[in-house]
Write a protein that binds this ligand. Structure first.
Ligand SMILES: Cc1cc2nc3c(=O)[nH]c(=O)nc-3n(C[C@H](O)[C@H](O)[C@H](O)COP(=O)(O)O)c2cc1C
Length: 189
């Protein structure tokens, strides 16, 4: 970032970090690429260090590498749309939130899903830093997968993530404008 004083030029607009600017959710994964155990550990480590309300860490991740036992269980529950691309990813991850206190119907944390999302975001950005890509998705049979995996009481399957090496060009990505996401509220009258 330059300043008129330092560089004699007008200030530039804020520059997004390349990790964030270049990240995208691929629909084509390299079916030959394999995720190493060490890479898996780093991805989980990134999620581990995400912030959470009261440091409650209300997340669990069920990860299966392509071609290893249990991966077929996840593939079997994909919706037709995700079945077109997710099986080629190097690994599939089931993202779970701690929704209720075991043995009760008390909410575990008001922010469980919010915090899980942050942890998955951390994992996603870490993957980018490692030359990998993630596509988070909800296109799967949630009830069927929950039954197949025998999800522990109090935990809820929320999303899945496909992780691997992206093939092909970056897709065209669009977003609402900066102005469109600013909300100016009038406050009390
Ligand atoms: C909670 C969540 C659910 C998603 N579900 C799906 C899905 O079911 N199928 C799919 O193809 N992509 C899914 N996506 C990926 C989004 O479509 C994608 O992130 C969005 O289009 C923006 O593209 P980008 O990540 O490349 O910027 C999901 C993403 C999130 C965060």
């Amino acid at each position: 970032m330059s300043s008129p004083e330092a560089g004699g030029r007008a200030p530039e607009p804020p520059q997004l970090h390349p990790l964030l600017a270049t990240r995208f959710s691929p629909l084509v994964f390299d079916p030959a690429h394999r995720l190493t155990e060490a890479e898996e550990d780093v991805l989980l480590e990134a999620a581990r260090w995400a912030p959470s309300a009261g440091n409650s860490q209300p997340w669990l991740f069920h990860l299966r590498h392509r071609g290893t036992p249990g991966h077929d269980t996840l593939v079997a529950r994909l919706a037709p749309s995700s079945r077109r691309w997710a099986p080629a990813a190097s690994a599939l991850v089931v993202n779970l939130a701690h929704s209720t206190v075991e043995g009760t119907d008390w909410q575990f944390s008001e922010f469980a899903h919010y915090d899980l999302g942050q942890a998955v975001a951390h994992m996603t950005v870490q993957a980018s830093a490692m030359g990998l890509s993630c596509r988070q998705f909800r296109a799967f049979d949630l009830d069927g997968l929950t039954a197949d995996l025998r999800v522990p009481p109090g935990w809820t399957v929320v999303t899945m993530t496909a992780i691997g090496r992206a093939l092909g060009d970056d897709p065209h990505r669009e977003r609402r404008s900066l102005d469109d996401l600013r909300l100016d509220l009038p406050g009390p009258t």
